[in-house]
Design a protein around this ligand. Structure first.
Ligand SMILES: NC(=O)c1ccc[n+]([C@@H]2O[C@H](COP(=O)([O-])OP(=O)(O)OC[C@H]3O[C@@H](n4cnc5c(N)ncnc54)[C@H](O)[C@@H]3O)[C@@H](O)[C@H]2O)c1
Length: 263
């Protein structure tokens, strides 16, 4: 059994992981901790999990009890404002590193950790966001997976803080990865958000990423402390996913262009 704790697992990404992880490997056994009363975004889909209703910030002992014995912790919960979010991040990483057998932690970052590196307002990315592909002479190079966090707002700052923690954990010999999720929604559809098709990620690909992390962790080949963009295999991706494909064997199977057939 691969014992997994999903923190904030009733939400968008967690509900997809609960559905797809056990379909990638039936050995995944998932415990989901989420706020009492939090809506389960898995809807009526058949998902496997044991549920614990708990605000992890209010009972550290109970939270620690959930981390004990886990092989992997996936940190998805978030809250506002920035100081409280960072305090929750401290709690999660600190609890993981205090375990006698610390689990791998896969922590939520975001493409917004690197907001300073791109925009859809002007230049080729603006033309791309308008889907005027014939007006682009040459597709811009994807934003490298190795680019350090360069946030330009509080949301990006909270993700940069998560990434710092993951890097510190790695320096101290722990297993830790930051997932720079792209745009994920519970229906796996396109949205009106500008440029969404360039960074869309299907929930199944999110699970395939986590599975690739865990598999390479067990093999001893995971580059602990790394941050990776987690995006589907979209034709017009603006972020580099070749690096996670090469380094951890990430194999996304979806492409946002299925929504634009007949364009
Ligand atoms: N969905 C996306 O497109 C996307 C993209 C990039 C990054 N992210 C990041 O990934 C993470 C997960 O995203 P999501 O879309 O699944 O979010 P979500 O809001 O759908 O789910 C988060 C869950 O965390 C729970 N939670 C909040 N505080 C908690 C606490 N104190 N104790 C226990 N549970 C708590 C919430 O009830 C919720 O169910 C977030 O950090 C988010 O910023 C999401």
């Amino acid at each position: 059994m691969i014992n997994v704790l999903l923190i904030g697992g009733r939400g968008i990404i967690g509900s997809g992981l609960r559905y797809y992880l056990p379909r990638l490997d039936s050995n995944y056994g998932i415990v989901t901790v989420d706020l009492p009363g939090a809506v389960d975004l898995a809807g009526k889909q058949e998902v496997e999990s044991e549920f614990v209703d708990l605000d992890i910030n209010t009972d550290h002992e109970a939270f620690n009890g959930l981390v004990v014995g886990k092989d992997m912790v996936i940190y998805l919960a978030r809250k506002n404002p920035l100081e409280e979010m960072n305090a929750m991040t401290d709690l999660v990483f600190d609890t993981v590193r205090r375990q006698s057998h610390p689990p791998l932690i896969v922590a939520a970052s975001s493409v917004h950790a690197v907001d300073e590196a791109y925009n859809f307002v002007d230049g080729p990315l603006s033309i791309l966001a308008d889907r005027k592909f014939h007006e682009i002479d040459e597709m811009p190079d994807p934003i490298s997976a190795t680019i350090p966090a360069c946030p330009n707002n509080d949301y990006g700052q909270e993700k940069a803080y998560v990434e710092e923690w993951a890097q510190q954990m790695a320096l101290n010999g722990f297993g830790a990865i930051s997932a720079r999720w792209g745009g994920i929604n519970e229906r796996n559809k396109m949205t009106d958000e500008r440029g969404y098709f360039t960074l869309w990620c299907h929930q199944e690909d999110a699970a395939r990423f986590v599975h690739a992390c865990y598999t390479s962790y067990v093999k001893g080949t995971l580059r602990n402390g790394a941050y990776y963009f987690v995006i589907s295999n979209n034709t017009y991706n603006i972020f580099d996913i070749e690096t996670p494909k090469r380094e951890i064997g990430y194999e996304p199977v979806h492409n946002a262009e299925v929504f634009y057939k007949g364009d």
